[in-house]
Design a protein around this ligand. Structure first.
Ligand code: SF4
Ligand code: SF4
Length: 142
C-alpha cells in the first residue's frame, strides 16, 4: 500500500466540487482527512493521507492538478526554526509519529519532517513557536 501525506489547496472557483470523493470513485484510493478548511468563494485547504496502489495515487494526483488543485507534501509545509528552538524537548513527548525525538546521547531534539503527519500538536506546545507550519493558523508563515 502506497501512502502520501499531502496538503491540497483548492482555488475558490472549485471548492464546491466533490474532487476528493472522485479519488475513491475513479482511482480506487482511500483517504483520511486530518484537516479541512473549505469555504465557498475562498481558497480551501485540506490535509489528508491518500493511500492505494502507487499508479492510482499518481493518476489521482494528476487528476487533481489538472483541475487546478495545488499539491504539496506535508514535509514541504513544515519546518523547525533552528535559530528559535531552545531544545527544551516539550514537543518530543507530544509528537504522535516520532517526527520529533530526543537523542539520548547528545540530548538534542531531532526533527525528521518525513515522519510528520501535520497534526500541529507541536505548534501549540512549543514555548518559543519554533515549529512553523504553512497551513496552520497558529504559526508564523514561512
Ligand atoms: S505536526 Fe504533529 S506529527 Fe508533525 S512534527 Fe508536529 S507533532 Fe509531530
Ligand atoms: S518544543 Fe519547540 S523549543 Fe522545545 S525542542 Fe521542540 S521545537 Fe524546540
Amino acid at each position: 500500500m502506497y501512502k502520501r501525506m499531502l496538503v491540497l489547496r483548492f482555488p475558490p472557483q472549485i471548492t464546491d466540487q466533490p474532487l476528493v470523493c472522485t479519488l475513491t470513485r475513479e482511482f480506487d484510493l482511500c483517504f483520511n482527512i486530518l484537516k479541512a478548511e473549505i469555504l465557498p468563494g475562498q481558497e480551501g485547504i485540506m490535509v489528508l493521507e491518500v493511500s492505494g496502489h502507487k499508479k492510482n495515487v499518481t493518476d489521482g494526483l494528476r487528476f487533481l492538478r489538472d483541475v487546478g488543485v495545488k499539491i504539496k507534501s506535508v514535509e514541504q509545509e513544515i519546518r523547525r526554526n533552528d535559530d528559535m528552538c531552545i531544545q527544551c524537548g516539550a514537543c518530543t513527548g507530544i509528537c504522535p509519529t516520532n517526527a520529533l525525538t530526543l537523542d539520548r546521547d547528545t540530548m538534542e531534539v531531532i526533527f525528521d519532517p518525513k515522519q510528520c503527519k501535520g497534526c500541529e500538536l507541536c505548534v501549540a506546545v512549543c514555548p518559543v513557536r519554533a515549529m512553523e507550519i504553512r497551513f496552520s493558523k497558529e504559526t508564523v508563515l514561512l
